[in-house]
Design a protein around this ligand. Structure first.
Ligand code: ADE
Ligand code: ZN
Length: 319
């Protein structure tokens, strides 16, 4: 039996498996520039974050209807449940869909059809986190938050993703303030490819409660000390870091050192269809390659629930 866990760093668009991509392409009359799933899988060799993002955005062309988003979410939830995920906080990237003429309502209502039934269908509770694309403008982020206002009963929080370097958190101060005023929870990707200063800025300027990735905090001992003292959770994604070459090999991953330093680490899959594994696969990989003890693995699972946005009673039920 896989260990019960929560997944806190998961882009729903990054769960689009090649088989589903081709099925949705056929359903929607979209032509993909790949002959078949094998040729598409061949394209999954990434140099860095941007080379991955190029393919990630390209394949979204197959997502057009509410049913597409519902099918995508159900496929993810089924796989996650099979690997012991009891709770999932799911990112989505509305700007990438709005730019293609797919409305906020189509995306949110489609995802919601799967999420609303998920506890019954999959035994997985869920939250939805709207992410802003940091390589788009601050004005676009504000417009996107505005477009989400009719759906705020379905959205728990906001996040910040896409190309990090050159797009510091401070660029999004206004939209994070507006979101906080609406009662939304706040997280942001920081310190994946970007410098440790972006982590500090995400905390001080955006008021984030969790840092997504946060890997590069290890370059700044004073920042590590602060993250430990303030018990700020980090949502690490080990297989993603290897595929996007943030670390050379899994054996070089700083997770053991991060745990030894007292950081509140969690293990997640990021974009599992692209990076070679779901949440349980990430747990298995760090157990095998990094030699984590059973106690460390239990700590990671425990952290995933305490760092979640579940209420205490929900958390107890999910564990
Ligand atoms: N969007 C999807 N996956 C991402 C990642 N790992 N970093 C930044 N943006 C993303
Ligand atoms: Zn991510």
């Amino acid at each position: 039996m896989p260990v019960p866990k929560a997944e806190l760093h998961l882009h729903i668009e990054g769960t689009l498996e090649p088989e589903l991509a081709f099925a949705l392409a056929a359903r929607n009359g979209v032509t993909l520039p790949y002959a078949d799933t094998e040729e598409l899988r061949e394209a999954y060799r990434f140099e860095d974050l941007q080379s991955f993002l190029n393919l990630y955005y390209e394949l979204m062309a197959v997502l057009r209807t509410e049913r597409d988003f519902e099918d995508l979410a159900n496929a993810y939830l089924a796989r996650a449940a099979a690997q012991g995920v009891r709770h999932a906080e799911i990112f989505f990237d509305p700007q990438a869909h709005l730019a293609r003429g797919v409305g906020m309502g189509t995306v949110v209502e489609g995802l919601w059809r799967a999420l609303a039934a998920s506890e019954t269908t999959h035994g997985v509770s869920t939250r939805l986190i709207l992410c802003f694309l940091r390589d788009e403008s601050a004005e676009s982020a504000l417009e996107t938050l505005d477009a989400a206002k009719p759906y705020l009963d379905r959205i728990t929080g906001i996040g910040l993703d896409s190309a990090e370097v050159g797009h510091p958190p401070v660029k999004f101060r206004a939209v994070y303030e507006a979101a906080a005023a609406l009662g939304l929870r706040r997280v942001a990707h920081a310190g994946e490819e970007g410098p440790p200063e972006y982590i500090t800025e995400a905390l001080d300027v955006l008021g984030v409660e969790r840092v997504d990735h946060g890997l590069r905090c290890m370059e700044d001992p004073a920042l590590v000390e602060r993250l430990v003292r303030e018990r700020i959770p980090l949502t690490l994604c080990p297989l993603s870091n290897v595929r996007l070459r943030t670390v050379d090999t899994l054996a070089d991953h700083p997770l053991p050192a991060m745990l030894d330093a007292g950081l509140v680490c969690t293990v997640n899959s990021d974009d599992p269809a692209y990076f070679g594994g779901y949440a349980g696969d990430n747990f298995d990989a760090v157990r095998q390659t990094l030699g984590l003890t059973e106690e460390r693995l239990r700590e990671l699972a425990r952290n995933s629930f305490t760092a979640s946005f579940l209420e205490d009673d929900e958390e107890r039920r999910a564990r």
